[in-house]
Design a protein around this ligand. Structure first.
Ligand code: PRP
Length: 205
């Protein structure tokens, strides 16, 4: 049985929907249950940022995560397939009308994507003071906790509703299927078979 770690929320639902299209049966987590066994697969329902940890340590053979999460650290995992779901941009956002000022001695940046933010500002030769938050990032510039944010933007609604706008795009992200490196050796056939079936159902991407 292959064990697959999924990030709580929309990406889990959309991934399970792909499995439903392939294998026919209903794939859905019941109530508050964190493990789902269906059609010979075991799914784990875990927090977004924890998915690569389950896979890296072999608690799951496979995982699904956005590139935003996977880019935060150099995880020793094998990338298999872009699932084409959970598409979003990682942006720098500021209060409407403001722009990044490269001449400012230091910029205060609120984000949950610490390394992505640090690398972006280093590449611009700007000194960034990173304020690590775990959610509701858009609030920080509104109350003076930071000058800007680095966050994911999907529809842009959260930023707009809070009077922010993107001033730079750092990268585009979508959800990727990836494997534990040992599993990818010992269970290669099963994993590649699943990858190919997923690839077919998402349109041969
Ligand atoms: C994410 C992100 C933005 C929002 C973007 O938050 O941090 O706040 O979604 O989506 P939008 O562009 O469609 O408005 P999430 O729902 O993951 O909550 P959190 O940041 O509080 O964890």
């Amino acid at each position: 049985m292959l064990t697959i770690a999924l990030p709580k929320g929309r990406i889990a639902d959309q991934t399970l929907d792909l499995f439903k299209q392939i294998f026919g049966s209903a794939f859905a987590f019941e109530n508050r249950k964190l493990i789902l066994e269906e059609a010979g697969f075991r799914f784990l329902y875990v927090k977004n940022q924890d998915v690569p940890t389950y896979v890296e340590r072999g608690a799951a053979d496979l995982g699904v995560s956005g590139l935003d999460v996977l880019s935060e650290r150099d995880y020793p995992v094998s990338y298999l397939l872009d699932l084409g779901i959970g598409k979003c941009d990682i942006i720098v956002g500021m209060k409407k009308g403001q722009q990044l000022d490269p001449n400012k001695p230091q910029i205060k940046v609120a984000t949950k994507l610490e390394n992505i933010a640090r690398n972006f500002f280093a590449s611009k030769a700007m000194d960034a003071d990173i304020v690590k938050l775990n959610g509701s990032i858009e609030l920080a510039p509104l109350i003076g906790l930071s000058d800007c944010i680095v966050d994911i933007m999907e529809t842009g609604t959260t930023m707009r509703e809070n009077g922010l706008e993107p001033v730079a795009t750092i990268m585009s992200s979508s959800a990727h299927l990836f494997a534990n490196q040992n599993s990818f050796v010992t269970r290669k056939k099963e994993i590649l078979d699943l990858k190919n079936r997923l690839k077919e159902v998402i349109g041969g991407a």
